[in-house]
Design a protein around this ligand. Structure first.
Ligand SMILES: *Cc1c(COP(=O)(O)O)cnc(C)c1O
Length: 418
């Protein structure tokens, strides 16, 4: 059992026992708060690499995991623990473990739950690096991965999930084209075959979607996106049952992709404003989406809040909101898309998601650039696609910037058919 050193001596009640009666907004500011000897009101940032033991026996018990308490910074820190507990409470999970990045979390999941001969099924269109991790690196260890379109009929998903499938990874919605997975149906199938279902909830955050309530076993966040929300630091966090999280924490203890306590403190404090921020991201995104949809140089707009989203009914069933990520296709080719990126003055040309600042990205040549042309095509990442992570500037200013950038791009001659 892991526990912060200032926790009540009786130990934290497992699962949702201690916060289950509280509303999400309350959990976001109260769970994981502990006071130390200074009576501070804000959560403490504990900076220490080691911890003193009461006596030799205390050290032995804590090392063996028979007694709760802090041991060493690689795998125990009270600030990191507070962030984990708050995340677990927000995702309605029994427990959570945090790591240095989203990709570190994915690697730890593979080490914890997979072995040679296992099969992993990935939804197409998930984060490019996640695909690379499984299809290139873990393939070297005899783990086979296949992929399926996130919006493939559920019968096809059922056919592709069998007893050999150890893990299914979906992002819902996917970045950048915002396809949606039917989490409840997938979870039902995975239960039949003894397969773990992992949902990457980075884009919706628990404010707009709680995959554990739909049956997901593991929920993962790249915490440097909306959870930090200010473009300051990286992090990763996974929530799940106590049993699964204990396995994962064992990998963290052994391989060491730890989250720094400073980053944990930043993320912990950011959770307090997560729901307020997510609602504002969405309000601003909705304005920009409707403007883009009416622009003559734009031939498609992807946003889960659009009534013409191809899976609008499913979106309504499992999401309570849509957040701040959208993508659109310019009426042209890669040169036109690049020109838009080069022309913006206010919007930042960066590849991050979930900052206070609005950012534009050309996914085909950056975030998804390491994928093959074929992989990009099946993920819907076309050369004319641009992604926008909408921040907190006035939407009118962002629209003005896009207007002039699109106007400039459309001056380029279209390639003539040969
Ligand atoms: C950024 C991102 C990741 C990778 O996380 P890092 O923290 O950058 O390692 C994984 N999944 C999604 C959906 C992401 O956006």
């Amino acid at each position: 059992m892991r526990q912060a050193d200032t926790a009540p001596p009786a130990g934290e009640p497992p699962g949702s026992g201690s916060w289950g009666h509280l509303a999400p907004a309350t959990r976001a500011v109260r769970v994981g708060q502990r006071q130390d000897v200074s009576d501070q009101h804000s959560e403490a940032l504990v900076l220490t690499s080691s911890y003193e033991f009461a006596d030799a026996e205390d050290a032995a018990e804590k090392f063996a995991g028979r007694r709760a308490g802090n041991v060493y910074v690689r795998f125990t820190n009270p600030t990191v623990r507070a962030f984990e507990q708050r995340m677990a409470a927000l995702e309605d999970a029994e427990d959570a473990t945090a790591m240095g990045s989203g990709m570190a979390s994915y690697s730890a999941i593979a080490l914890a739950f997979l072995q040679a001969g296992d099969r992993v099924l990935l939804a197409r269109g998930i984060f490019g690096t996640t695909t690379k991790l499984f299809e290139y690196y873990f393939r070297k260890f005899g783990i086979e991965s296949t992929s399926l379109a996130v919006d493939a009929p559920i019968s096809e998903w059922r056919r592709n999930i069998d007893e050999r499938t150890r893990l299914v990874i979906v992002e819902s919605p996917t970045n950048p084209v915002l396809g949606v997975a039917d989490i409840r149906m997938l979870a039902a199938r995975c239960r039949q075959t003894g397969t773990l279902l992992l949902v990457d909830n980075t884009l919706c955050t628990p404010v707009f979607q709680r995959p554990h309530l739909l049956g997901a076993d593991l929920v993962l966040h790249s915490a440097g996106k909306y959870i930090d929300g200010h473009g300051r630091c990286g992090g990763g966090v996974v929530t799940g049952s106590e049993r699964l999280i204990a396995e994962l924490h064992g990998v963290l203890r052994t391989t060491g992709p730890s989250l720094s306590p400073f980053n944990a403190w930043t993320l912990l404090k950011s959770l307090e404003s997560l729901s307020v921020r997510m609602r504002q991201h969405q309000e601003n995104a909705e304005q920009i989406v409707s403007w883009l949809a009416g622009h003559p140089a734009v031939c498609a707009v992807h946003y889960t809040g659009r009534p013409d989203h191809p899976q609008a009914e499913l979106v309504a069933r499992q999401q309570t909101g849509h957040g701040g990520l959208l993508s659109f296709r310019v009426d042209g080719d890669r040169r036109h898309a690049w020109r838009v990126v080069d022309n913006v003055r206010l919007i930042s040309n960066t590849t991050n998601i979930g900052d206070t600042k609005t950012m534009i990205t050309h996914p085909a040549s950056t975030t998804h650039g390491r994928l093959s042309q074929a992989q990009r095509a099946t993920a819907g990442v076309t050369d004319d696609l641009l992604r926008i992570s909408v921040g907190f500037e006035s939407p009118e200013d962002v629209i003005m910037d896009l207007e002039q950038a699109l106007h400039g791009a459309m001056q380029i001659q279209r390639a003539q058919p040969a």
